[in-house]
Design a protein. Structure first.
Length: 288
């Protein structure tokens, strides 16, 4: 009886928090669905009427939707490749004993704690500025042509900024996985005379498979929603607007709340589809 009473008291104590969290999530979702099924613009708020799925049709048939969807995929895939490959290489280097190891690890992890807006401003004004940025100075010293990054290579510039932010995260996860490698396996491979490449591909890489899948899952969820880097650097021009930024442009530029709400729901559905397949992939990997 005491156990049953304890369970009831626990549920009663937790109920207010769960209820508030439920309201916090469900009210915005319900309002978004409601507005997505109605014609509602800030320019003419009185012209409010039910238009069924017209907003979804308008958003999905907009040529900008395909471009933004492709931009989202390019950003996600490129950053994942850079962070996973770069994270493995940096983690392998940081796993080796050397002087000042703790300081180097702190410096490598530092970019992850920089706010996205600040990171974009740093790269835009200090590194990629065509008039006096660090990369411009390096090009001049090496007598190479100066690159106007955000004009000639806008999407690549955004990918570099985002990859710089997420590389420390991948490095930290992968370094932790490398350090958990069984010492007996290391010693056995050394005694067997395994070459460095064979040791990496047959021992280290299989051991990192689970860590890599976790990195891919977590990064993908966040990379599908990047906004600040695009807003600060290109403001969505030159085909750099991803799906979240297209929703922002629909609301802020066109003042079309109905279409923006429909676009937001489309973006959420697509993100959940990607997350679903990634979770299944991780589940199979963890069972292996």
């Amino acid at each position: 009886m005491a156990t049953q009473q304890t369970r009831v008291l626990a549920r009663v104590a937790v109920a207010p928090s769960v209820l508030m969290l439920f309201i916090w999530m469900i009210v915005p979702l319900v309002l978004t669905i409601y507005y997505s099924l109605n014609n509602y613009t800030l320019d003419d708020p009185t012209n409010f009427y039910w238009n069924s799925f017209a907003n979804y049709k308008f958003f999905l048939t907009d040529p900008a939707f395909i471009k933004s969807f492709v931009a989202s995929l390019e950003i996600v895939i490129s950053v994942l490749v850079i962070t996973v490959v770069g994270g493995i290489l940096i983690a392998l280097l940081m796993d080796q004993p050397f002087a000042g190891q703790s300081i180097v690890r702190l410096m490598v992890l530092a970019p992850f704690f920089v706010m996205p807006t600040v990171a974009a401003l740093i790269w835009k004004n200090l590194f990629m500025n065509a008039d006096g940025g660090l990369l411009t100075w390096v090009s001049q010293v090496l007598h190479l042509p100066v690159v106007v990054w955000f004009t000639n290579y806008p999407l690549i510039s955004i990918i570099i900024i985002v990859a710089w932010q997420w590389l420390p995260f991948a490095t930290l996860i992968l370094l932790t996985a490398i350090q958990s490698l069984d010492e007996e396996q290391k010693e056995a491979s050394q005694l067997d005379g395994a070459k460095p490449l064979s040791y990496f591909f047959y021992i280290v890489l299989p051991h990192l498979s689970r860590a890599i899948t976790v990195v891919i899952l977590i990064e993908t969820i966040f990379l599908l929603n990047i906004f600040a880097e695009i807003k600060v650097t290109t403001n969505g021009s030159l085909n750099t607007a991803n799906l979240p930024f297209l929703v922002y442009l629909t609301e802020a530029g066109d003042h079309d709340i109905g279409s923006a709400s429909a676009g937001a729901l489309v973006a959420v559905v697509l993100a959940n589809i990607v997350a679903f397949f990634l979770i299944r992939l991780i589940g199979k990997n963890l069972e292996a």
